[in-house]
Design a protein around this ligand. Structure first.
Ligand code: HEC
Length: 179
């Protein structure tokens, strides 16, 4: 992996772990507020998964993720508060925390490598789950998201896909990441 790639992925990972307060940024930036509102007013976009994928994902999720993120994906209520060792608890994945801020390639990578390389505690699942099973899990996870949250995530995922396509040296595995 090239140095620039390592930095890029580390940054994405850090954002995944530490969180990003876009609401605060939006509150300071009226242009972004307007952009968010116009997204909310458009009709909901079609989801990338169907009912069978959600059902498969539910099974893999309950077997691998539920012990920490809770069977209903509600995670830990005070997910922003680190414990005495500085570790963050498992956040909700149900659309109430910031999982929806991250494009699919970043979410997949979080599950593959876990949080340990970035100072977190989540184990990696690269040796237990294949790409299809990880996608099934995110189908189930995203089925908990409202149309508004999903629509905003979809837009961010598209933008991230365009960035990945512009930089062909970077890993290219998003839904819309490769032409
Ligand atoms: C042993 C507990 C544990 C298990 C099992 C676990 N996680 Fe996590 N997860 C965490 C913790 C803790 C974090 C916060 C970051 C860190 O410390 O690594 C996290 C963070 C995440 C994030 C980033 C969330 C965000 O809002 O950016 C995602 C996505 C995620 N987990 C998905 C999963 C999925 C999917 C599975 C099952 C395949 C899973 N996790 C299994 C503990 C766990």
């Amino acid at each position: 992996m090239k140095r620039s790639e390592v930095i890029w992925w580390s940054l994405s990972g850090l954002v995944t772990l530490v969180g990003c307060d876009n609401q605060q940024i939006a509150a300071r930036d009226p242009q972004r507020q307007i952009a968010s509102v116009s997204v909310l007013q458009s009709p909901p976009v079609e989801r990338w998964y169907g009912p069978e994928q959600i059902e498969r994902g539910n099974k893999f999720y309950q077997e691998n993720c539920a012990e920490c993120h809770k069977p209903d994906a509600s995670g830990t209520a005070n997910w922003r508060e680190p414990d005495e060792k500085g570790s963050y608890p498992p956040p909700p994945l149900n659309g109430t925390a910031h999982t929806w801020h991250h494009p699919l390639p970043v979410l997949r990578r979080t599950v593959r490598i876990g949080g340990v390389p970035l100072g977190g505690t989540m184990p990696g699942f690269a040796d237990k789950l294949n790409e299809q099973q990880i996608d099934d899990i995110f189908a189930w996870v995203q089925s908990h998201w409202s149309d508004e949250i999903y629509t905003i995530w979809h837009e961010r995922n598209l933008q991230a896909g365009k960035r990945l396509t512009r930089h062909p040296n970077r890993p290219c595995s998003g839904l819309q990441a490769c032409p």
